[in-house]
Design a protein around this ligand. Structure first.
Ligand SMILES: [Zn+2]
Length: 198
């Protein structure tokens, strides 16, 4: 037990002393002096909210590299939600940010650097307002919306507003929308086409 606490504290101190630097797994293993070093790092991330990122969070990092990004705690929602729940919520939300509509893995429409969209799990009703970690209170949120660029996140358009946008768009963009909808709703497309033929 003392050893466990010891290796976590050593890792925490080392990360904080090397803020913003890329640290590799060999170094961290030596620092922790424990075979459980990777688990301890997960605990620092998920339980203590240390903003340690890996190649999963930043594609410029290689597997096995870690970086303490800053001293701001990670948002509480990123902690303690099971892999299964995350996968369920992402699938239910069609791997699409529920605030801005960006799709996982595609270039983000509001990111000037054109970085690919990464999705996180967020709460519909914030935990501070009594929201739970239940899947019904969770939704997919991209990192741009998650980082609080709230001016970029528009309310969901209703049909009137969306139709107005589509009517204003150039023809080739309208055709892109058509193709996207046909791909998304193949059965409905067949049904509509059949109805129009009659
Ligand atoms: Zn978004």
């Amino acid at each position: 037990m003392t050893k466990k606490l010891g290796s976590k504290r050593k890792l925490r101190d080392f990360f904080q002393a090397n803020l913003g630097k890329i640290l590799d797994s060999k170094t961290l293993q030596v620092v922790a002096d424990s075979s459980e070093w990777a688990r301890r790092i997960r605990e620092l991330r998920n339980e203590e909210g240390l903003n340690i990122i890996t190649h999963n969070d930043d594609s410029s990092l290689k597997p096995g590299q870690y970086k303490l990004l800053d001293l701001k705690p990670r948002p509480a929602f990123a902690r303690g939600i099971s892999k299964e729940t995350r996968a369920f919520v992402l699938d239910r939300n069609g791997f699409t940010c529920q605030m801005c509509g960006a799709v996982a893995g595609e270039p983000h429409p509001y990111d000037q650097a054109g970085r690919k969209t990464r999705l996180h799990i967020g709460h519909v009703i914030d935990k501070s307002m009594g929201g739970t970690d239940d899947a019904s209170n969770l939704r997919a949120i991209c990192s741009v919306c998650n980082e609080g660029a709230k001016n970029l996140t528009l309310p969901r358009p209703d049909w009137m507003k969306l139709a107005a946008q589509i009517r204003r768009a150039p023809g080739d963009v309208q055709l892109q929308a058509l193709e996207w909808l046909i791909t998304k709703f193949p059965k409905q497309t067949d049904a509509i086409t059949a109805k129009r033929k009659n």
